[in-house]
Design a protein around this ligand. Structure first.
Ligand SMILES: *Cc1c(COP(=O)(O)O)cnc(C)c1O
Ligand SMILES: *[C@@H]1O[C@H](CO)[C@@H](O)[C@H](O)[C@H]1NC(C)=O
Length: 464
């Protein structure tokens, strides 16, 4: 059945090959992509996926993503398109917007949403384009401290992210002693730097953000507050971590991390009254037109309607009791993993986690994160080395990030995560003590990991 799609596209080739040759080797190139996908499916099924930004989308999401919605051009917005034949695409985009607001408990009089961003990075760039003039100032958590590239990342030598080339960026940091965001220093620096926009959002931070404090700092400087909830949007939709919406002007997100949809981005923006001055004069938000224009025609062309379809399906799933139970399990599993690793003698940055990820500090374990990550990779344990290692961070030169969302989607519970912690520890032991038996040891653990992982069901399309 599933093969049909592939055969469809190559049936002429097959026919020709069939006529001209019966040599089986000739057939193989025809199925090149199919065979690569099969290998990837195998890798995902028999490995332990601990990369905190990844997840396994449902079959329904993938089917919507693989649908005919891919074929349609629809530049513009519902009701104002530059193409004909968009009546169904309009209906889809409106439905997706409605579900996005509903999934996060938002009133459509106070909030609007743009569902067209291709992913999280373009969504952030669109926000800056909308509300910060060229070379205007932004402040985000520095990348080595757990922020994202698109929060204005640069080094002493080079502007790395386009968000630091086209906007002026001054990062804020975590306190190197505690691992928590240093809000006091952010407040001080914001008073000097006068940012137009402050970003509250992280890719590599295991604690809740104090949005109240961030909003207060933004207000002191007349800055907009953007929450980039890319990593935690699923947790927020389920109500298991604090929501940023009450305190922020704009909220951006990806849809494929804890939210479990396909790869895309969303931008939520406030509507209505922004502020009232001492004389009672109201200032209104004008974010809706600024953000919509920044996404299209500012930065993007035609929306990815197949992705919007996948996101709409994921958002409906995100409103079910099962999704809430899933997110609670994500948190419980993360705690179980954290505690098990602490029991094995590991040091966790901040001593634990409020969300779906932990940061392991390997400095005390006589090895660096890079080497450990390579060995874990060899035994099919997938984790993330923090970019802190590439861009030298004093705090986390050996930082490694572990997340629970993907394996929780496969049905693992707390007990299983204890087992995962054992595999992590076994891998680490080989790493600390490289012996001549290295190859054998790796093969042994890898076989155990594959047997363990293979027991758990895999969401998605059965064959692909
Ligand atoms: C993942 C992430 C993004 C970017 O998402 P892409 O889809 O990879 O472009 C943006 N911000 C944060 C905080 C992220 O974690
Ligand atoms: C390292 O390996 C050697 C030889 O196999 C062994 O004697 C020693 O106990 C090991 N050390 C650790 C810390 O595991």
């Amino acid at each position: 059945m599933v093969l049909m799609g592939f055969v469809d596209t190559v049936d002429l080739f097959i026919f020709n090959i069939f006529l001209s040759s019966i040599y089986i080797g000739t057939w193989l190139p025809v199925f090149q992509v199919f065979s690569i996908i099969k290998k990837e499916k195998h890798r995902q099924t028999y490995g332990l996926e601990l990369i905190a930004s990844e997840n396994f989308a449902s079959r329904a999401v993938l089917e919507a993503l693989g649908s005919c919605m891919n074929n349609k051009y629809s530049e513009g917005y519902p009701g104002q398109r530059y193409y004909g034949g968009t009546e169904h695409v309009d209906e889809l985009e409106r439905l997706c917007q409605q579900r996005a607001l509903e999934a996060f408990g938002l009133n459509s009089e106070k909030w609007g949403v743009n569902v067209q961003p291709y992913s999280g990075s373009p969504a952030n760039f669109a926000v800056y384009t909308a509300v910060v003039e060229p070379h205007g100032r932004i402040m985000g958590l520095d990348l080595p401290d757990g922020g994202h590239l698109t929060h204005g990342f640069m080094t002493e030598k080079k502007k790395i992210s386009a968000t630091s080339m086209f906007f002026e960026s001054m990062p804020y940091k975590v306190n190197p002693e505690t691992g928590y965001i240093d809000y006091d220093r952010l407040q001080e620096n914001a008073k000097l730097f006068h940012p137009k926009l402050i970003i509250a959002g992280t890719s590599c931070y295991s604690r809740n953000i104090d949005y109240t404090r961030m909003k207060q700092i933004a207000n002191e400087n007349g800055a907009y507050l953007l929450a980039d909830m890319a990593h935690i949007s699923g947790l927020i939709a389920a109500g298991v971590v604090p929501s940023p919406f009450e305190h922020c002007d704009i909220v951006s997100t990806t849809t494929h991390k804890t939210l479990r949809g396909c790869r895309a981005g969303l931008i939520f923006y406030r509507k209505g009254v922004r502020s009232i001055d001492s004389k009672g004069k109201e200032t209104m938000y004008n974010l809706e037109s600024l953000i919509n224009q920044a996404v299209f025609p500012g930065l993007q062309g035609g929306p990815h309607n197949h992705a919007i379809a996948g996101v709409a399906v994921a958002l409906k799933q995100a409103m079910t009791p099962e999704f809430k139970a899933y997110q609670k399990q994500v948190l419980a599993n993360c705690k179980a993993l954290s505690n098990a690793l602490i029991d094995h003698g590991y040091k966790i940055v901040t001593g634990g986690s409020d969300n779906h990820l932990i940061l392991l500090d390997l400095r005390t374990k006589g090895t660096d994160g890079g080497r450990a990550e390579k060995i874990w990779r060899l035994v099919q344990l997938l984790v993330t080395r923090t970019l802190a290692q590439v861009y030298k961070s004093a705090l986390r030169p050996s930082g490694l990030r572990f997340g629970s969302p993907a394996l929780t989607s496969r049905g693992l519970v707390e007990e299983d995560f204890k087992k995962v912690a054992e595999f992590i520890h076994k891998g680490k032991l080989i790493c600390a003590n490289l012996s001549q038996k290295f190859q054998e040891q790796v093969a042994g653990i890898r076989a155990e990991v594959e047997a363990f992982a293979g027991q758990f069901p895999m969401p998605g399309l059965p064959e692909l």
